[in-house]
Design a protein around this ligand. Structure first.
Ligand code: CU
Length: 563
């Protein structure tokens, strides 16, 4: 019963992103101003060298069957792929041709604080008509990206940043290499999206639990368990669907700027080895990515090489990147299928020898509910390991106000969980426990400063904060310069928050405290506690925030001062 209803909802939401645009596709193809989406030569999409000029400007687009205004970089959506070389000193001039302030932030790049592109922290932002010159020496390599550090990130200001290593001897030989930029598009103004969420947090979430679901649960679980399940939800004042804010009710999901109708295509041939650089450029969407029929060999995350691991599927959060290698066994069409975590829609494309060979798109998985571990952490885990046995967690006094509707007293520590909706789905799904950096941090000192932060919020009121305080209510966090610092993140909510520290690496620790993987964006699962080490070697003011744009805008953000 529940299934039928949910499938119906999925189809209805679908019409918006897929069918409606499908009807208009031939029209879109004949409109010259929109031709960029379908006919841009690879050359204009890739810029390389040491000097770059980027223009942010409004542009008419049609991604849904309806004309809308995007903000684009050099007239492209996503913006051009920037190819840099490790060791080079680069100059990137960004000109803002919008009517409001804008910026570009170089996500995951180690540089001076003034060059980082965060308005109000690095600099005042780029005023309309002005140009800001970013200059930095490239000290790393791998797959990164850039994006506006304003709401213009939602309307198109983002693109891939690929850095070639100085020493290429460790590079894997591939026949083809494609960035796969995954993003979410809405024809609505992002200010309206934010206001709608503030008015009613479930505005874009069609899947609130109903009496029918209860009857369904009762049929499967028995009345007692169904009631117990409901009791937990009522107690925490949450819907078990509450792990995604914004759905295909407004979003059309894009792969390299193409809707499922525009359908991105990459040429691959039998026998070839292909590198795909997945970039989580969405503002509010986690994507679950797979290529039916092919194994993905994950070789790096956030630009950092990892011991290769072969998976069927991976979840990518906003801000994260994953490089994978696929081997093409035959001249067939393979679908790159990236369903949104809430299963309301998807981005997709095809790998095949010719553009007219389009792969069949898999069906969306069934909508998922949160499990008890996502609300109660270790208390709900089979064994009372980790924090479950330790002293009760301390919450700051500000966590007891109306702005916080959930506190986890016994968080779970496990990194080997693929997360809600991916557990036991029959596929081999990547987890953080699989990610092990090849290089170990050069800084092997024990931490001399420990900072614990709780990721907090009130789902119904769309309040998002850290330790119960929004950015404008909180004092900056101080990292003592030159020290090794342990940051502990404790997620007191049912949402996954991809937490991004600017300017310095985040060395994620395993459950047993050993070094796990170097990242710049760490997705913290519901009711989970993670810790990472930072070497505070980058003097100045930096941003630390949730990379879900509307959580950041709501206040899940801290300034970090290294001094
Ligand atoms: Cu968040």
């Amino acid at each position: 019963m529940g299934d039928t209803k949910q499938q119906f909802l999925s189809r209805r939401q679908f019409v918006k992103g897929v069918a409606a645009a499908g009807v208009l596709l031939p029209l879109a193809n004949t409109l010259a101003p929109f031709a960029w989406a379908y006919d841009v030569s690879e050359a204009s999409r890739v810029l390389s060298g040491t000097t770059f000029d980027l223009d942010i400007a409004p542009m008419k687009v049609n991604l849904t069957g309806k004309e809308s205004i995007a903000t684009t970089v050099n007239g492209l959506l996503p913006g051009p792929v920037l190819k840099l070389k490790e060791g080079d000193t680069v100059t990137i001039r960004v000109t803002n041709r919008l009517e409001e302030m804008c910026t570009i932030h170089w996500h995951g790049i180690i540089l001076d604080a003034e060059m980082d592109g965060v308005p109000g922290i690095s600099f005042p932002g780029i005023a309309p008509g002005e140009t800001f010159e970013h200059k930095f020496t490239v000290v790393q390599h791998g797959t990164y990206w850039y994006h506006a550090h304003t709401l213009a990130e939602q309307t198109g200001v983002y693109g891939a940043l690929i850095i070639e290593p100085r020493d290429t001897s460790d590079e894997i030989d591939v026949d083809r290499d494609y960035p796969i930029v995954l993003s979410d598009w809405t024809d609505e103004n992002p200010v309206d999206v934010y206001m709608n969420l503030k008015k009613m947090a479930g505005y874009y979430n069609y899947r609130n639990l109903t009496a029918m679901d209860f009857i369904d649960d009762a049929a499967h679980l028995g009345i007692g368990d169904a009631l117990a399940k409901r009791h937990i939800w009522n107690k925490t004042r949450m819907s078990p669907n509450d792990f995604s804010d914004i759905s295909a009710a407004t979003y059309t999901y894009l792969m390299n700027g193409q809707s499922p109708v525009g359908h991105w295509h990459g040429v691959v041939k039998a026998g070839e080895t292909v590198r795909l650089r997945f970039i989580g450029a969405a503002t509010a969407t986690f994507f679950d990515v797979r290529i039916p029929g092919l194994k993905m060999r994950v070789i790096s995350t956030d630009g950092q090489a990892v011991h290769p691991v072969e998976v069927d599927e991976l979840r990518i959060g906003s801000g994260e990147t994953y490089d994978v290698i696929v081997k093409i066994p035959d001249d067939k069409a393979y679908s790159i299928f990236a369903q949104s975590m809430d299963r309301s829609g998807y981005a997709c494309g095809t790998l095949s020898p010719r553009a007219d060979m389009q792969a069949e798109t898999p069906e969306l998985d069934k909508p998922v509910l949160l499990d008890a571990v996502d609300m109660m952490g270790a208390m709900a885990q089979g064994s009372m390991s980790g924090m479950g046995m330790q002293t009760k967690v301390k919450h700051s006094k500000d966590e007891y106000g109306a702005g916080v509707d959930m506190r986890v007293d016994a968080p779970r520590l496990n990194l080997d969980d693929p997360g809600p909706g991916l557990r036991d789905n029959g596929r081999r799904v990547l987890t953080y426990a699989d990610l092990r950096s090849i290089a170990v941090p050069e800084d092997t000192r024990l931490p001399t400063q420990e900072i614990e932060l709780h990721l907090t919020g009130n789902m119904e009121r769309f309040i998002w904060s850290i330790d119960g305080l929004k950015l404008n209510e909180a004092k900056p966090i101080h990292f003592r310069k030159g020290e090794r610092i342990r940051v502990i993140l404790h997620n007191d909510s049912t949402m996954i928050h991809p937490m991004h520290l600017h300017g310095m690496w985040s060395d994620l620790e395993a459950e047993n405290g050993s070094f796990q993987v170097r990242k710049h964006t760490i997705a913290v699962q519901p009711a989970q506690r993670v810790s990472f080490l930072v070497t505070a070697d980058a003097e100045g003011r930096w941003a630390f925030h949730c990379h879900l744009l509307y959580h950041m805008a709501a206040g899940m953000f801290r300034e970090v001062v290294v001094a």
